[in-house]
Design a protein around this ligand. Structure first.
Ligand code: HEM
Length: 399
């Protein structure tokens, strides 16, 4: 089996690995830890071009065999195949617009702004419960977005612990036991299918009820698409914002002068959130794309039928786009980071994520101006997997 780029060194410091790739091998062929051959695109301009190139497809729904076809000897791609759902993230036009439109109207900036008081209430409630020493992830950054998207969708709060576990397992699928991933994906979708049926029988005014109603009225989407869209919203709605809060706070703790600047001038917060996203965003590499025909990216030809990952984390540290890119600076002028992706699959939840981030950091700075790490920095561990870039826990002390 070929060596993987995504080893322990990568998990500890992906930025160093990507700096080398951008300089030496900007379009690099490697393997996932489970032995699936992939190409990794690391330069800013190439990442953006790949995200808008129609020859790079995401339509695994109709080409599920393509993942297996890229399995190396001794590799196992079944964990991937189990989690290729029928939703907007894994289709091309025109299906993409049909599936995105259905939920797009809920995630406009205006609608999300209206949610802000509720986000503030949830945030305050969580912070009221923490003691002088707490795990910023477990006690705050994990439950906050989960409760917000849970309320929007209409998922009972008591079910969240199970959902978070299923979601973590499917997200980390490229590095876990494939059987475990398949089991989590099956249980997760069975649960959501039952919930959709309950909402069909008795609508409760939430997003899931609205989606079921749209399905009934317009026949706009199949049952599988309905359930898999709920799956996408559940996973994307909480996995990522967790690490906007976690990675952003870690950056502040590692750069006390930036923390002080933000405390002194809360007006810097909107710009600081963009800098958290650029400097150490939650999404490391994209979801998979494949070449419909041979495609040349950054001077390297990728043959037809091969899998491609673009690295948003890497693009956001590219010196060709950002001056002094490894410097964390909350006063930096906005520079078009790609933490939310690019092209038609640009993050649908970006306004919600920004609102949650603004509320979270607003409250954290106000309540805990002297926040400190409660463990030595080298004890912090990063989540496995290719998609997410985030800590497993962040123990902090209030002062
Ligand atoms: C800081 C938090 C977030 C980050 C960094 C983020 C990042 C991303 C990225 C990079 C993509 C594109 C993936 C690709 O091209 O392979 C994406 C897509 C998506 N995100 Fe987010 N996301 C965040 C929060 C959210 C939230 C709160 C939701 C709410 C439901 C959400 C829903 C989605 C959806 C539905 C898509 C698919 C869009 C499409 O295929 O058209 N995301 N996100």
């Amino acid at each position: 089996m070929a060596e993987t780029l995504f080893d322990q060194d990568y998990l500890r410091d992906p930025h160093q690995v990507y700096a080398r790739l951008r300089a030496e091998r900007p379009v690099f062929q490697t393997a996932t830890p489970q032995g699936v051959r992939v190409w990794v695109v690391s330069r800013y301009e190439d990442v953006k071009a790949a995200c808008t190139d129609p020859r790079l497809s995401k339509d695994f729904t109709n080409h599920p065999h393509l993942i297996k076809a890229n399995e190396l000897e001794g590799g196992d791609s079944s964990g991937y195949e189990a989690v290729v759902p029928h939703n907007m993230l894994f289709v091309d036009p025109p299906d993409h617009a049909r599936l995105r439109r259905l939920v797009g109207r809920v995630f406009t900036a205006g609608r999300v702004q209206a949610l802000r008081p509720r986000v503030e209430q949830i945030s305050a409630g969580l912070l009221d419960k923490v003691g002088p020493e707490f795990d910023l992830l477990r006690d705050y950054a994990v439950p906050l977005p989960a409760m917000v998207i849970g309320e929007l969708l209409g998922i009972p709060e008591s079910d969240w612990p199970r959902l978070i576990e299923w979601s973590n397992t499917t997200i980390e699928g490229a590095v876990l036991d494939p059987e475990e991933v398949v089991r989590a994906a099956v249980d997760f979708t069975a649960y959501l299918g039952e919930l959709c049926e309950a909402r069909r029988a008795e609508p409760t005014g939430d997003l899931l009820s609205a989606m079921v109603q749209a399905q009934d009225e317009a026949g706009a989407l199949s049952q599988r698409e309905l359930v898999d869209t709920a799956f996408l919203l559940t996973v994307a709605g909480h996995e990522t914002t967790v690490h906007l809060i976690g990675n952003g706070m870690l950056a502040l703790l590692r750069h006390p002068e930036q923390f002080a600047a933000l405390r002194a001038d809360p007006g810097l917060l909107p710009g600081a959130i963009e800098e958290f996203l650029r400097f150490d965003g939650p999404v490391s590499t994209s979801t998979l794309r494949f070449t419909k025909e041979p495609v040349t990216i950054g001077g390297t030809e990728i043959p037809q039928g091969q899998l491609v990952l673009v690295s948003f984390l890497s693009a956001n540290r590219d010196a060709a786009q950002f001056g002094d890119p490894d410097r964390f600076d909350v006063t930096r002028a906005p520079g078009q980071h790609v933490a939310f992706g690019h092209g038609i699959h640009y993050c649908l939840g970006a306004p919600l994520a920004r609102t949650e981030g603004a509320v979270a950091f607003g409250h954290l700075l106000e309540r805990f101006p002297g926040l400190r790490l409660a463990v030595p920095e080298d004890r912090l561990a990063w989540r496995p997997g290719l998609l997410m870039h985030g800590l497993t826990s962040l123990p902090v002390r209030a002062s």
